[in-house]
Every structure is written in structure tokens, then in C-alpha cells.
Write a protein that binds this ligand. Sequence first.
Ligand SMILES: Nc1ncnc2c1ncn2[C@@H]1O[C@H](COP(=O)(O)OP(=O)(O)OP(=O)(O)O)[C@@H](O)[C@H]1O
Length: 389
Amino acid sequence: MIRFDAVSKNYPNGTTAVDELSLELAEGGITVLVGPSGCGKTTTLRMINRMVEPTAGTVSLRGRDIREVHAPELRRGIGYVIQHAGLFPHRTILDNIATVPLLLGWSRKKARARAAELLELVGLPSEMAKRYPNQLSGGQQQRVGVARALGADPPVLLMDEPFSAVDPIVRAELQAEFIRLQKELHKTIVFVTHDIDEAIKLGDNIAVFRTGGKLAQFDTPERLLAHPADDFVAGFVGQDRGIRRLSFVKAAEVPLRDGPVLPETSPVARARTVDEPWVLVVDEARRPLGWAAVAGLPDTGTLADAPLTPLGHTFSLEGDSARAALDAALLSPSRLAVGVDAQGAVVGVADAYELSAVMAAAEAVAAEAVAAEAAAGDAGADAPGGGER
Ligand SMILES: Nc1ncnc2c1ncn2[C@@H]1O[C@H](COP(=O)(O)OP(=O)(O)OP(=O)(O)O)[C@@H](O)[C@H]1O
């Protein structure tokens, strides 16, 4: 859909910002451009909307060389979101979001109605419509930035480090919201970040750049972690890529055992018969209340009388990954992760050792997939950017 053919950008001072880039970005997917500072990510992004013109090569959009398209017309179909949202300080939030529809000649009423819809879409309350940007938090401003970029419902969205200027908690919220939004909108998104964790979380495909504007690898997150093309990529994706790979294993695939689970109505004597140092105490709906150390149990009474240590966190078999399960195990006082169903009821437990078995199984599946691809003789054809490249 967006295609780079041997594209280079050289500046008069001798800097090569992008060096012979050939890449094909899938329609309706999120492609993340990632790499160290100065490796040419922003330049690559801006060549898509002609804010930067290549020195050599061709960028095409849906098969059409973008040089043939008048820049303002091209940009109408391409939303653009930048790091600090870049909102107009003297316009209300609603008018900021209505910017593009107004530029397109929509009536003020229609543009504002669309802006109100977009405000809701990005998860902001309608009361914010009349405020000014400085009356919003950084995270809220970023949401407005996204809403504004969606103003004319462009099929393509370019996002340059949109979540980098906010704290880690807000950033995680924005990322989750962004994933939800994309499930609804199916835009073709090109997303720049220098953060490999963000790239892995958001990208359908990831292009890793190295300094000098060279593409080091273009692949799915799974393949990037499993098969980094060289030492640079391996170093960039980091030493803890084993743990990251657990993100691709569904928690539902984690083998659980029953574990030492007892209702709070159980007599403490019952907990002593369990051959474990900790028992998980649950309510009548099997929802976990906390861990009780068997050594610290009162002499008589029920588990409702026992001192409980908080769980840390549980993991959901419905939506979480094995990475969340491992985290839950590491934070649990008993070192057991507690898996719950959609109602929050305990299904079973697993320790870190058991979770490592899931990793081994996932590796075997990945190795099989690679072998099958190689056997089919088209190892490159299905990989992103493959095919006609
Ligand atoms: N107008 C310019 N004139 C000269 N060199 C430039 C110009 N714009 C960018 N560069 C250089 O081109 C290279 C790539 O810049 P670019 O902004 O694309 O990198 P980046 O990967 O987005 O970096 P960052 O993560 O730090 O934003 C850098 O070395 C930069 O200094």
C-alpha cells in the first residue's frame, strides 16, 4: 500500500538520513519504524506525506508515485500526529479537532459534530470540548492530537513518537486505547518510536533501522525476537527478549494445576493438611482473597481468621499473555501465579518453572513455522516487505 523503492535522502551537508530504503507497508496494519536516535525514522515518515522529498528513489501510495499527487491533496488522506500533540493553544479542544474538516470546507456545524464524535472515540468526556489545550494533561492532549489527525477519516495515519512525552502509566493507557481504536478503524498506520517495547506491543510489522539510515530488518515482532537478522538487531531488541517472547503466548495456553486453593470457610486445620507452605484463600465464588502462610495460621477457627498476604496480581486466562502470568508468579508471595476466568474466579496456579515449559513449547512452534516456510521455498514471500521487492 505504501511502498519505498530504493529511496534515499541525502542532505547538502553530507548527511545520509535514509540510505536506499526498499519497504512495502501493509494496508490496514501498524508498521513501526524503530531504531536509535538519528537513524532516519522521522525522515522516512515525512517522505510519505512529502514534508521531505527523497533525493533518489520512489515512494508510492496505492500504486501511485506520490510525486504525481499535489502535496495538499496527498496530505488530506494522511493524518499526522506528533510528540507534543502540537495543538493550537488559542483554539478550544473541539475547534482543534475540527481543524481539518473546516479546512476541507465542511460547515462549522458539521465539522463540530464530527469533532464531538471523535472526542468520544478517543475516550475523552464531552465536557472537555470547550476547554483549551493548556487545561488538559499531557496524555489528554495526545488523545486530542489523535482525534484531530482522524478528522477527515484519512486512510493513512503517520505517528511520530506520539506517546513519548507522557509518563509510563499514561503511556501504557494511550497504547491500550490506541490498540482498541485501531481494531475499530483499520487504518494504515506508520508509527515511529525509539522504544523497542512499544514497537513490539503495537506493531504488526517492525522495521528496525541502524545509524546511517539503513534498514536492518523488517519483520513481525515474533520473528524479530526469535530470529534477529544480526548482532545489531539482537542487541537492539535486548537481552530480555526471551521474556518479551512470552507476550505472544496466550495465558490460556499456560498449563495450570489445581494448587492449594481453599475457601475462607475451611477450618485452619484443613490448611495444615495441605503439603504446601502457602494456601490461596478464596471466597464463595472462588475469587481469590489472598495467600495465607501455613506457618502463620492461628491455632483454631477458619481461614477467614487467618492473616492474608496480598496476591500481587492475578492473570486472566481470557486476555492476558504468558508474560503477565510470569510477572504474577514473580510477584506472588508463594511464587505461584493465580490464573482467573472472566468472572475473576480461580482456575488454577503455575510457578515460573512451569511457565518456562510454555516458552519451550512456543519456541518449538516458532521453529516449526520457520522450517515449514523454508520447505515451501518462499521464506521471503510471506514476510513483510517480501513479494515484489
Ligand atoms: N534538514 C536537515 N539537514 C541536515 N541533516 C538533517 C536534516 N534533518 C535531519 N538530518 C539528519 O538526518 C539524520 C536522520 O534524522 P531523523 O530525524 O530522520 O532521525 P530519527 O531516527 O527520527 O532520530 P530521533 O529518534 O532522534 O528523532 C540525522 O543524522 C539528522 O541529524
